[in-house]
Design a binder for this molecule. Structure first.
Ligand code: RB5
Length: 147
C-alpha cells in the first residue's frame, strides 16, 4: 500500500498522480491535503511517515512546491529514505541503490507528464538487493557500523 501526502504547492501534481494510480488500480491511502488552502508541509510528511513506520504502507509519495521541504521533513524520521527526484534516472537509481521508501517531487519544478513517469519508474523498480547497497542503506540508520 502506498501513502500519499502533499501541501498546497504539491496539490495539482498529486491530482495527476492519483489519476494515474486509479487508472492502474494501484491502492493508496491519501493522507491529504485535500485542497489548495495553505497548510504546513511537515504535517503531511509526518502523516505519510507514520503510515510507513507502522507498516500500514510500504512506500509513500510526498509532493510540495519544490519537493525540498517535504523531503527534508520526512528524512528526519528513522527508517525513512525519502528521495527528491526530478528525472526518471534518479527515480530508478534511488530504488536500485538506496531502497528509497518515499518519492518526493516538486510540483513547481516537475510538470505533470514527467511527474507521472517518475512515479511509474519509482513504483516499478525493485531494490537491487546487492550486498554493497544493503550495507550502505544499513549505515544510514546505524552510522557506528562503519568501523
Ligand atoms: C509552500 O509555499 C512551499 O514553501 C512548499 O510547498 C515547499 O516548496 C517547501 O519546500
Amino acid at each position: 500500500m502506498l501513502a500519499l501526502g502533499c501541501d498546497q504547492g504539491g496539490y495539482s501534481l498529486m491530482q495527476e498522480v492519483i489519476k494515474y494510480l486509479d487508472e492502474k488500480g494501484i491502492e493508496y491511502k491519501n493522507c491529504g491535503t485535500f485542497s489548495e488552502d495553505p497548510v504546513d508541509y511537515p504535517v503531511y510528511a509526518r502523516k505519510v511517515v507514520k503510515e510507513i513506520q507502522s507498516g500500514a504502507c510500504d512506500k509513500g509519495i510526498l509532493i510540495c512546491g519544490t519537493g525540498i521541504g517535504i523531503s527534508i521533513a520526512a528524512n528526519r524520521y528513522k527508517g525513512i529514505r525519502a528521495a527528491l527526484c526530478g528525472d526518471c534516472f534518479s527515480a530508478e537509481a534511488t530504488r536500485l541503490h538506496n531502497d528509497a521508501n518515499i518519492l518526493a517531487m516538486g510540483a513547481r519544478v516537475t510538470g505533470p507528464g514527467l511527474g507521472v513517469k517518475i512515479v511509474e519508474t519509482f513504483l516499478n523498480t525493485p531494490f537491487s538487493g546487492a550486498e554493497r547497497h544493503a550495507r550502505r542503506v544499513r549505515l544510514i540508520d546505524e552510522p557506528g557500523e562503519d568501523e
